[in-house]
Design a protein around this ligand. Structure first.
Ligand code: NAP
Ligand code: ZN
Ligand code: ZN
Length: 350
């Protein structure tokens, strides 16, 4: 029968999220059940709730930055026990057999595809529902261990925003001697700054304005520029090896590409609603690349959590009650988040 838990759900693209109840499946032999203590608000939750990616099934309980404490494990579970501090990110299953799953990049599963933490259908045939709720049941292979040094509230945003920025920084070898720029100082962006800095890179923030400059420098950026100022583009022309674009809206990619050195790469992390165009000349003149990156695999997510514990990387969070979710959404859309909202789900637990 499973367990019934409280949750916050949206019933349509325009309705506010309201409290409801959902059922989690019974704990199977390989499952871990845990009480959710904190759940981050990612801009992807908002894109999905608003139907901006065009494939949302309602009602939907968002949330894929989930941290909590294990309450029950299935008979065959070996990795976790009751009382362990654990997390779940953007996916809860994948085919486990394709080349990508075997290589630990389950997010690019070409078999059944990765099963999203919400707005997907699991192996059990049931729709998945996310972390804005009191508890969840997930196969042990898709659960992460939260190191003791990381508080649960700070760990939550690492499970999407953290891994989404860590993975491309590693893939494109950010480190001493590399010049990295981060566009957009929001949830992903502020963690990108901290992570790139912890890896030893030289980091520049490219924000819409200089409003958050003090914060950006405090977070570890070496330089901070406003993209609204045309002088920025003249001054920084041909500067960066790697640019992470975390912006949730369309921007002028040709202008951004001009900031790359020869052979530099812009990595698209933001997923705006509408396509963006790139003039061929912006790529040709400098053998520049444009790429994209989707979250990270389970092993790399664990590596990122351990890295953050070791290097003292923590997101800056604002803890909110579930009743504040709708207002928090408005503030995220208005770029008024400093720098991740995290829902304290105590009131949703049984
Ligand atoms: P967020 O907290 O809202 O941050 C986005 C930042 O982009 C804002 O803080 C703002 O920074 C900048 N921005 C917003 N609107 C802009 C506009 N019209 N023009 C220029 N800059 C603008 O969002 P997030 O949670 O970090 O997510 C960012 C994007 O990444 C979303 O599209 C999300 O869906 C996507 N995402 C992708 C992955 C992946 O695997 N690739 C994973 C998670 C999220 P400034 O105020 O500094 O300009
Ligand atoms: Zn996310
Ligand atoms: Zn697969």
């Amino acid at each position: 029968m499973g367990i019934t838990v409280s949750a916050y759900a949206a019933t349509s693209a325009t309705a506010p999220l309201t409290e409801t109840t959902i059922t989690r499946r019974e704990v199977g032999p390989h499952d871990v059940a845990f009480d959710i203590h904190f759940s981050g608000i990612c801009h992807s939750d908002i894109h999905t709730v608003k139907g901006e990616w065009g494939r949302t099934q309602y009602p939907i309980v968002p949330g894929h930055e989930i941290a909590g404490v294990v309450t029950e494990v299935g008979a065959e579970v070996t990795k976790y026990k009751v009382g362990d501090r654990v997390g779940v990110g953007c996916f809860v299953d994948s085919c486990r057999e394709c080349d990508n799953c075997r290589a630990g990049i389950e997010q690019y599963c070409t078999g059944s595809g990765m099963v999203g933490t919400y707005n997907a259908v699991g192996r059990d045939g049931e729709r998945t529902q996310g972390g804005y709720s009191g508890a969840i049941v997930v196969d042990e292979n898709y659960v992460l261990r939260i190191p003791d040094a990381l508080p649960l509230d700070a760990a939550a945003p690492l499970l999407c925003a953290g891994i989404t920025t860590y993975s491309p920084l590693r893939h494109w070898n950010a480190g001493p001697g590399s010049r990295v720029a981060v566009i957009g100082l929001g949830g992903l962006g502020h963690l990108a700054v901290k992570l790139a800095k912890a890896m030893g890179a030289e980091v520049t923030v490219l924000s819409q304005s200089l409003k958050k400059m003090e914060d950006g420098l405090r977070l570890g950026a070496d330089a901070y520029y406003a993209t609204s100022d045309p002088d920025t583009f003249a001054e920084l022309k041909g500067t960066f090896d790697l640019i992470l674009n975390t912006v949730s809206a369309n921007i002028d990619l040709a202008a951004i590409l001009s900031l790359l050195r020869v052979d530099g790469t812009v990595v698209e992390l933001g997923m705006p609603e509408h396509p963006m165009s790139v003039p061929a000349g912006a790529l040709i003149g400098g053998r520049r690349s444009i790429s994209g990156s989707l979250i990270g695999g389970i092993a790399e997510t664990q590596e990122m959590l351990d890295f953050c514990a070791e290097h003292g990387v923590r997101p800056e969070i604002e803890i909110i009650e579930p009743t504040y979710i709708n207002e928090a959404y408005e503030r995220v859309v208005a770029s008024d988040v400093r720098y991740r909202f995290v829902i304290d789900t105590a009131g949703l637990r049984n």
